[in-house]
Design a protein around this ligand. Structure first.
Ligand code: FE
Length: 277
């Protein structure tokens, strides 16, 4: 077994997206365009409705997947084909945008805490134009496993502690685990040797791959087949992500992520002609 070391620590920066939703954006930022196949990682969390009430009104996507994992609050999803879903605290949506759709993601609450993550994962050229697909999971569908020493895992995708998360049939063989680790306790998780691995601390602090991380900091991990997280003095909650890299050219413009400039222009043309609706 080779433990992965932390190659780089990314700190969240203040950002705003949609209709004025405030968030911490880990990437893309100036010097981190992507961490192949991950294209974007946002953490949002506020009990001030002014920071989220505008939501994400109608917008298109093409060429990748969007993952939303909610910690608190309620978010309603609608798309141009009449699909609708309600995301609640502890629930997740894995949306394969594929060739495209137009959707909105709007808070279904006017006050209280709204908290969670949005992650974008790229698709390879061969899968960018697949039909859109949704996987919506209620909190009860996401297995929770209690380990020794008070460690608790919620497994959204992939396998941890001999338990498989509900997300299935998606491109990059992802692992997405929400781990709660008590103070001073170490959690070790196997990961695929060829996967890109990110570990994001969203509560407390932790030592990950030889580096000390505070809240809202992310470790980009080097090579190896396991990750070790040791929680700091107040414990830690960590989102561990792994997925197979793609290694293709990435041309992105806002909500479209393709391989070439011509494909981006085609996406705009299709959007303007109503072919994404
Ligand atoms: Fe969206």
């Amino acid at each position: 077994m080779t433990l992965r070391q932390t190659q780089r620590v990314i700190a969240g920066t203040d950002a705003s997206d949609g209709d004025g939703v405030k968030m911490k954006r880990l990437f893309p930022v100036q010097d981190i365009v992507q961490v192949d196949p991950f294209l974007l990682f946002d953490e949002f969390g506020s009990d001030d409705p002014g920071a989220y009430i505008g939501g994400f009104p109608d917008h298109p996507h093409r060429g990748f997947e969007t993952v939303t994992y909610m910690l608190a609050g309620r978010m309603r999803h609608f798309d141009s084909r009449g699909n609708s879903g309600l995301l609640t605290a502890g629930g997740a949506q894995w949306m394969t945008a594929g060739r495209g759709l137009i959707h909105s993601e709007m808070p279904e609450q006017s006050d209280g805490l709204m908290r969670g993550f949005q992650i974008w994962i790229n698709l390879p050229a061969a899968e960018k134009m697949t039909p859109p697909r949704y996987q919506d999971y209620d909190p009860a569908e996401i297995p929770m496993v209690s380990l020794r020493d008070g460690i608790t895992l919620k497994i959204v995708a992939g396998v941890a502690a001999d338990t498989t998360g509900p997300v299935n049939g998606v491109s990059r063989q992802p692992l997405l685990v929400d781990a709660s680790i008590p103070a001073g306790i170490t959690w070790r998780q196997p990961v695929d040797q060829s996967a890109t691995v990110l570990a994001h601390v969203f509560e407390g602090s932790a030592e990950i791959g030889g580096k000390a991380l505070g809240t809202t900091q992310m470790a980009v991990m080097g090579p190896g087949d396991a990750v070790e997280v040791k929680a700091g003095g107040d414990g830690a909650r960590v989102l561990l992500l792994a997925a197979q890299p793609i290694g293709e050219p990435v041309v992105r413009y806002g909500p479209f992520v393709m391989n070439t400039r011509a494909e981006i222009e085609q996406a705009f043309a299709d959007y303007q002609a109503g072919r994404l609706a």
